[in-house]
Design a binder for this molecule. Structure first.
Ligand code: EPU
Length: 429
């Protein structure tokens, strides 16, 4: 299989104008795979995870696991892992700095060793992203926590079940709590938890491993056990990749059929796409056809919220879409405080966007124009690809390693639908 990983300075060159048509298979979910891979630290028994996408974030997670002593190998879409003999409880800075989700090793390491040393993730391009909720939970479960030389040190004489209310809803915070408490004997209660499909996928895995977990509204009841078993699990389809291709179909006036997609996970996205003029049809074989059902793209207002609300991970892609809508739209980002960096790049392509605090006002323009733009984070990069697909002329997107983190072979998939997109090694043109 061709390697997806190459130089951080690679670029994509896109000739805009093609109407995308055909079938595309959506990969397994990145944000499901990550916590599930870390769950394998909780057992000495072998585990296998199916549908794991080949992405830079996954490579980084597997290299952290290897550093901790987990043996793993990949056969096609499946990863086989054994954490029988772990050799370290430390997640070093070189790996955490490349992938913030490394913090998901904290819960399992604390459960397994009663100790963990994990580099502080620090700031990131989409905001400050603190880990205070993770730490509060670990303290409540009996861990002493200190921060020294940029590392969070956790240690516990013994761990106990907790009753804990999250101050804010956090996806990886909920996942870290689930990972730890599933391995702690006794009954824990967590309130105000995240209920993203990826969290529910992790719950399925932890149940297979032997934990008893029940969810009602935003409350989780966990009956943990230190004797967790190995598991086999197939991860859910990536709803953000699916949503991105849906936007591509609408923007390019195309007709794309997506395979391996769960529409239930995309309800809020589909409802906005329909408002904007998309036709969405579930076909008898389970695939989903997305096409333009109107002569133009209509404006709409988008408010990002925790699931089941509109996902922050689709906000940038909608900004591209609404840039060429017939009228004015407002996009309010409620989850992250600094997630509008794509606005400046889209503006360089001709979009008319002004930012007022956490709201972006997007006045639709007739057309976008190709130019050189820079990726700033994963979803921002996806929005630039979408813009490039409809822009007049050539768009060169620099620093596309962000896309390698979260979209499996996006260039190949887009080419198979008729797009003109090439990867250039290094700075290229
Ligand atoms: N927050 C805190 N304290 C905490 C934890 C979070 O203040 O202890 C804040 C964050 O700063 C943010 C909000 O709470 O303002 C929500 O953050 P959350 O913890 O839910 O985000 P995350 O778990 O770090 C995951 C996904 C992100 C996705 C968000 C929101 C993974 C590995 N990452 O991040 O995915 O945007 O949930 O849905 O699951 C992506 O795939 O591009 C991506 C960034």
């Amino acid at each position: 299989m061709k390697s997806i990983i190459s130089s951080s300075s690679d670029s994509y060159v896109i000739e805009g104008g093609a109407r995308l048509k055909g079938r595309v298979r959506i990969s397994g979910s990145k944000n499901s795979s990550l916590p599930i891979l870390f769950a394998t630290l909780l057992t000495r028994e072998p585990c296998s995870v199916e549908g794991v996408p080949e992405l830079l974030d996954i490579t980084n997670a597997l290299s952290l696991l290897r550093h901790l002593g987990t043996e793993s190998y990949r056969v096609s879409e499946s990863v086989y892992l054994s954490s029988e003999r772990l050799v370290s409880y430390e997640a070093p800075h070189e790996i955490v700095r490349k992938m913030r989700a490394s913090i998901l090793s904290m819960g399992p390491l604390l459960a397994r060793f009663k100790r963990a040393v994990v580099s502080m993730p620090g700031g990131c391009s989409i905001g400050l992203r603190p880990v205070d909720q993770h730490v509060k939970l670990f303290e409540k479960a009996g861990a002493d926590v200190s921060v020294r030389h940029g590392y969070i040190h956790l240690s516990a004489k013994s761990l106990k079940p907790v009753e804990f209310d999250f101050d804010i809803i956090t996806v990886t915070g909920t996942e870290n709590a689930l990972l730890l408490l599933s391995a702690v004997e006794g009954r824990s209660i967590l309130r105000n938890v995240a209920i993203e499909p990826e969290v529910l996928d992790l719950i399925e895995v932890l149940k297979k491993m032997g934990a008893r977990i029940e969810l009602s509204d935003r409350t989780l009841e966990i009956e943990g056990t230190p004797f967790l078993r190995g598991f086999h699990h197939k991860v859910i389809p990536d709803r953000i990749e699916a949503g991105t291709f849906m936007v591509a179909s609408l923007m390019t006036d195309g007709d794309i059929t997506l395979e391996n997609v769960n529409l239930e996970h995309l309800a809020s996205v589909c409802s906005k796409l329909s408002e904007c003029g998309a036709g969405i049809e579930e076909l008898p074989d389970g695939s989903v056809r997305v096409f333009r059902s109107s002569s133009e793209i209509y404006p709409t207002n988008v408010n990002t919220q925790e699931y089941p609300g509109f996902p922050t991970d689709m906000q940038a892609q909608f900004m591209s879409l609404l840039s060429v809508a017939r009228g004015t739209s407002e996009i309010t980002e409620n989850i992250f405080e600094n997630r509008f960096q794509h606005a400046a790049e889209l503006t360089r392509m001709g979009a008319n966007i002004s930012i007022h605090g956490k709201t972006a006002v997007v006045r639709g323009v007739e057309r976008l124009y190709g130019t050189e733009v820079f990726s700033t984070d994963l979803r921002a990069s996806a929005s630039l690809v979408l813009a490039g697909l409809i822009a007049e002329g050539t768009t060169v997107i620099r620093d596309i390693y962000h896309l390698d983190r979260g979209y499996e072979r996006i260039d190949e998939k887009l080419r198979s639908l008729g797009a003109s997109i090439q990867r250039l090694q290094g700075e290229g043109i």
